[in-house]
Design a protein around this ligand. Sequence first.
Ligand code: NCD
Ligand code: ZN
Length: 367
Amino acid sequence: MNTFTFQRPFESHVHGRDGHLLQAVAPLTARQFWGAIFEPNLKPPITTGKQARVYIERIKAATAEYPDFQAFVLGYLTDSLDVEDLYESLLDGSLLGVKFYPRGATTNSDSGIEDVRSLYTSGTKQFDCINAVVAADKVIQLHCELNFRLDGSELDPYDKEGYFFAEIMPRLQEAHPNAKFSCEHLTTAEAVHYMLKNGGPNLGCSITAHHLLHDRRDMFRGGLRPDLFCLPVLKRYEHWEALIALVSGNHSFVYAGTDSAPHDRRTKESDCCSGGVFTAHAAIEFYAEVFYRHLHLGPGFENFVSVHGPKFYGFEPSDESCTLVRNPWTVDDELHYSINSDGVDSIRPHGYSKNPEERMKLTWKLV
Ligand code: NCD
Ligand code: ZN
């Protein structure tokens, strides 16, 4: 097989940032996907329908080369969100849903929810926000980690997701039986077991390409690799196996969401490395590589990247097609972009290395 044609894919989780960075990265997503959900963790975060509409205009301007590309934005769930504005913005389509970030758990999460209990305790503003999303029949995306257990003790980074699925997800689902939750960028066997037991039309999950290509040994290979540090952090091999098994199941509640998260090299390779892996330059080729190496590049791949995601969010999958060609290539350049009128910075695309020998080799190329 030398070509593989499939319905155009949908990106359910991408960080586009803003300004010059948005202009550099958004076209890469628009080139591959017919539509994408842009995450709201900007500085300041997107919390109102008005901000979302203006942000979508900026995304459109950055992706003018791809006029059919559709951008969707979520509202950042904060402790002080205006419930009325949220509900109206969901109804008029300015917001596709909301995103829950536990405060301090990841990049740009300082406006996140301080006490997760507020989401499942009736009478709180946060509880009402979830109800507004349910009433508008939209989706609540969840960053499924906590820094602290409910008793206040600090969690180990490798236990954060398992704890969330053991203690928080059941409470959230019990408190909001009609809510539609999308659990983002899963990384553990515990999350996989929870999804296999409870996944369906009201509970979906996204999986990134980098969590399907790597386990944590890669992050420590030859030293500490900032370009592989993301949140949730890569886990051990056995968790990778569980993720591959989940994706192999062709479940309607499992879909692609790259979590492509650009950071310039100054903030990645500095005294405090920001979490985030940038994969937008070859998102589909990375996923294709996973299926080609470990599963099968066939209908299961197409459903995962093109069908399950849009359907979960209430869209018809694309009726256009695109083609992957077997044409081995190597990720071979940094992404340079201007930071202001006279400065230039760069992002290290996933798979790139200064050492040509170490650059990632990919089998398929999207045409
Ligand atoms: C994301 C970012 O950089 O915005 N970082 C990450 O490590 N995944 C935030 C997020 O989605 O957690
Ligand atoms: Zn993300």
